[in-house]
Design a protein around this ligand. Structure first.
Ligand SMILES: *Cc1c(COP(=O)(O)O)cnc(C)c1O
Length: 409
């Protein structure tokens, strides 16, 4: 028996649900790429991307996924034989480092944990050891989508400053941009990358690179620059150069609409919506964890991201059966574990175009799976999520509550 007929719910951490308004904006014929509307769309998107990265400096749009933006970031500022320091906190910074290695960069890794954020004190200590100042850049992920951790970028910046080291700070904000605060200029981040298919509510296929002045300086000397990714080439006078070829028009139509939706909601409201929905998910997981089947992957509550929650199954329990039940019986696609956490965790994304009924639907389906599959857990997770949200929202709407309570019965 299956209950999956009806609209299906995708709660994997990318790609995420695309709003109908964004899909509709893309449903139109191709247009002139040399003049007219498309030039305006590019200018609007670049200006609005500067707003979401919180920078006044350069932003570049690539017809590529997040891996493309990784390569763009590395190749624009580094040279063969230079060193980078990868701050491990899951799969993604390490994979970014692996790409640097392939490009001919020497990669050092500050080993971390799959269950905790990067420790800024260890970053400071590691950089102090580099007395010859050979490390040219530090690679770190803001939200690691495999573990569900949020790294504290301003504290890492402070640790770099305290060490007196001048390495560039390069941040992967692919799973955090437009879900949690990120501020390139104010935080002193030199390069940041993001992708279209996570918090930005777009189909996959576009990625972005934002670069501050120190990165631009390094760019002048970088010998890994290639024709396609090169920032200088993309700043040429022709619109055509901004994309190093035919602009990905339809994705740009969608991006313009997605950015409009985000900025109309307001970035602070977007972050608050993510905080509330993430809090509801965490409340449910906390209750379910009362049994022996599962627990949070990230041990410290304040290190859990508002973009997704990684739930760890305990020894003897398989996430696969639970994921299959949610997909085949409920029509809910959860994220699977990746890398070292494959077959160990499942992931509930709460990023992008997501609202309360979607989250309650996802949580209700997971709780149904836990019950139907008789996995040892404490019930009442969904109810706890509802109550937690009611308390949070109740504070925000209390004036109307007091006025209705005064009304005659
Ligand atoms: C999704 C993701 C990537 C990779 O993006 P692709 O579009 O799949 O290439 C890199 N880093 C993080 C943190 C991600 O969440």
């Amino acid at each position: 028996m299956t209950l999956r007929h009806g609209r299906e719910l995708l709660v994997m951490p990318g790609p995420t649900t695309v709003p109908d308004a964004v899909l509709n904006a893309m449903h139109r014929p191709a247009i002139d790429i040399y003049a007219g509307e498309l030039l305006r769309i590019t200018e609007t998107c670049l200006a609005e991307l500067r707003t979401v990265f919180a920078t006044e400096h350069g932003v570049y749009i690539y017809a590529a996924n997040g891996h493309g933006a990784w390569e763009a970031a590395l190749s624009n500022v580094l040279s063969r034989g230079e060193q980078v320091l990868v701050l491990e906190s899951g799969r993604f910074a390490t994979a970014w480092g692996g790409m640097a290695q392939t490009l001919g960069v020497e990669v050092l890794t500050l080993q971390g944990s799959l269950r905790a954020a990067v420790d800024p004190a260890r970053v400071e200590a590691r950089l102090r050891e580099d007395t010859a100042r050979r490390i040219k850049a530090i690679l770190v992920v803001q939200v690691d989508t495999s573990t569900g951790v949020i790294n504290d970028i301003p504290s890492i910046r402070a640790a770099i400053d305290a060490s007196g080291h001048d390495a560039l700070l390069m941040v992967d904000a692919i799973a955090s941009l437009c879900t949690m605060p990120f501020e390139l200029d104010a935080w002193g981040v030199d390069v940041a990358v993001a992708g279209s298919q996570k918090g930005l509510m777009m189909p996959p296929g576009l990625s972005f690179c934002a670069a501050g002045p120190r990165a631009r300086e390094a760019h002048q000397r970088a010998d890994l620059r290639t024709r396609y990714w090169d920032w200088t080439q993309r700043e040429g006078p022709e619109h055509y150069q901004k994309y190093c070829g035919t602009p990905p028009e339809h994705l740009l139509f969608g991006l313009e609409k997605a950015l409009q939706l985000i900025l109309e909601e307001g970035l602070d409201n977007v972050f608050e919506r993510h905080r509330l929905l993430a809090g509801a998910v965490r409340r449910a997981v906390e209750v379910w964890s009362g049994g022996e089947a599962l627990e949070f992957n990230i041990l410290e509550p304040e290190q859990r991201a508002d973009s997704l929650t990684t739930v760890r199954m305990c020894d003897g329990f398989e996430p696969k059966t639970l994921q299959a039940f949610c997909r085949d019986t409920c029509g809910v696609t959860l994220g699977a574990g990746i890398g070292e956490l494959r077959d160990r965790v499942f992931r509930i994304a709460h990023m992008g175009h997501i609202n309360a009924p979607m989250i309650f639907g996802a949580l209700g389906s997971v709780e149904l799976a836990l019950s139907a599959l008789e996995l040892p857990h404490t019930g009442g997770g969904v109810e706890a999520a509802v109550r937690w949200l009611a308390a949070e929202l109740g504070e925000q709407v209390s004036p109307s509550r007091s006025s209705t309570s005064e009304a005659p019965a």
